[in-house]
Design a protein around this ligand. Structure first.
Ligand SMILES: Cc1ncc(COP(=O)(O)O)c(C=O)c1O
Length: 454
């Protein structure tokens, strides 16, 4: 069947399409038809602005949108062909290095990545290689590296350990220690520990891990055992919040044990999906033999990345935002998100069915659970479904191992959730709780496998 320009667009090509979704069509179709089919399929997704599950940017201003459209053809790896974009990448990580209090940015090193996951992989790889060099120099085995972190880490660390054959040592969070704070650390580290991960903004709850306490504990351990164990701060969200909202909190390169910090430019950095950053406090913490050289303006440009080609536009967008907002603009934007988060957490915390797990005062993210014995009629999963009917995407899920019986619901506040929208959300929220409370019988107890993944 060929497309016919006279056939109304919504009828064109749809019969054949329904048969060949997973197979390349033999014949081309008109661009308008193909556009409409893809456009319509994407309509079935949730509304990104109402997606309060995601940390990732869902709105940028018109100038950013224009810049994006002008630069989507740039490949970040073509440093020779796009030297200005390469220079902008350099400006950006230096800005971050300074923001994170590197003692001398000229002696620091950093790079953009596709997101925090890749940035964390690079941080982990630098740890592993540094440890291997040290062990080999002492004639010791490099067979059994391990990395220590809380059981509430994001899945990217599980990937790192799996892909690069590193034993993952999880310090459990529990009711007594709801965040990893360094207590008990001596029972987890040994001569094979390549590093410790500290999270600024735990994905499940938004809480900061006290990096200073973890570093102090590692100082103590070094005194007793001689193990000199570095910290990577996974600041996927918090590394772009703390410098502006909690400037006095010491979590960054002010602590010499923090060798590297990663963040997502596409989370509280404010850029559309596809951007992360990692910076090393000192060049020496990024082993030279991990760095590849690409030619750059006749000279050579060091690169450390998992991919070769990747978009350069997001890097330009990050620089646009750095220029556009400056320190004061970022501070206002992040504080605004936090104010909305605290407004919402207070309102939800005051409702009878709920108990707050966190309140949005670290990163603008908070979670709550249901009071035991409140009702047997409904659960947070049911509330999540009801809110979804109104367009709001607010996931419910269990906390990590040892606390997995606690089911929570979480809201991530981004800059595009205004107080006005938050008030509207609370109206819908109260209505839906009212609806569930008024049910004459319990919701059917369907088997609930959490669909939400961090
Ligand atoms: C603490 C933490 N680390 C890493 C990641 C992975 O980030 P990305 O999605 O940018 O790869 C996330 C994502 O939510 C996170 O919260």
């Amino acid at each position: 069947m060929s497309d016919d320009e006279l056939t109304p667009v919504f009828d064109r090509g749809t019969r054949e399409h329904s048969r060949s979704r997973n197979r390349l069509r033999a014949e081309p179709m008109l661009p308008e038809t193909a556009y409409q089919l893809v456009h319509d399929e994407a309509l079935l997704d949730g509304n990104a602005r109402l997606n309060l599950a995601t940390f990732v940017t869902t709105w940028m201003d018109d100038h950013a949108n224009r810049l994006y459209a002008e630069t989507f053809d740039k490949n970040m790896i073509d440093k020779d062909e796009y030297p200005s974009t390469a220079a902008v990448e350099d400006h950006c990580w230096r800005i971050l290095g300074e923001l994170w209090n590197a003692p001398n940015v000229d002696d620091a090193v950093g790079t953009s990545t596709t997101g925090s996951s890749e940035a964390c992989m690079l941080g982990g790889l630098a740890f592993k290689r540094r440890w291997q060099h040290a062990r080999r120099a002492e004639g010791k085995s490099t067979e059994k590296p391990n990395l220590v972190m809380s059981s509430a880490v994001q899945v990217c660390w599980e990937k790192f350990c799996n892909y690069w054959d590193v034993e993952m040592r999880l310090v459990p969070v529990n009711a007594e220690h709801p965040v990893f704070d360094g207590s008990d650390l001596e029972n987890y580290v040994d001569e094979n520990t390549i590093g410790v991960v500290a999270i600024m903004g735990v994905t499940y709850t938004g809480a900061y891990e006290p990096v200073r306490d973890i570093a102090a504990k590692l100082d103590e351990i070094q005194e007793k055992t001689g193990f000199d164990i570095p910290i990577h701060v996974d600041g996927a969200s918090g590394a772009m919040i703390a410098p502006f909202v909690q400037p006095d909190l010491e979590w960054d390169f002010r602590l010499p044990r923090v060798h590297s910090i990663s963040t997502s430019g596409h989370k509280y950095g404010g850029v559309y999906p596809g951007l992360g950053w990692v910076v090393w406090r000192e060049t020496k913490w990024l082993p030279e033999d991990l760095v590849m050289r690409v030619s750059y303006l006749g000279g050579d440009m060091p690169t450390f990345a998992l991919n070769f080609s990747r978009p350069g536009a997001q890097v330009l967008l990050q620089y646009y935002l750095f220029l556009r907002l400056g320190f004061a603009g970022y501070a206002e934007m992040q504080q605004g998100s936090q104010d909305v988060a605290v407004f919402l957490s207070r309102a939800i915390g005051e409702m009878k069915p709920f108990r707050l797990i966190s309140s949005g005062t670290d990163i603008p993210v908070f979670a709550w659970t249901m009071n035991d014995d409140y009702t047997d009629k409904w659960t947070l999963y049911d509330l999540s479904d009801r809110l979804r009917m109104r367009g709001w995407l607010i996931p419910a899920y269990p906390l990590p191992a040892d606390l997995e019986k606690v089911i929570v619901q979480r809201i991530v506040v981004r800059a595009d959730l205004s107080l006005d929208m938050a008030q509207k959300l609370m109206g819908d929220f109260r209505d839906e709780v009212g609806y569930l409370d008024a049910l004459p019988a319990p919701m059917p107890d369907a088997e609930r496998a959490p669909a939400f993944h961090h």
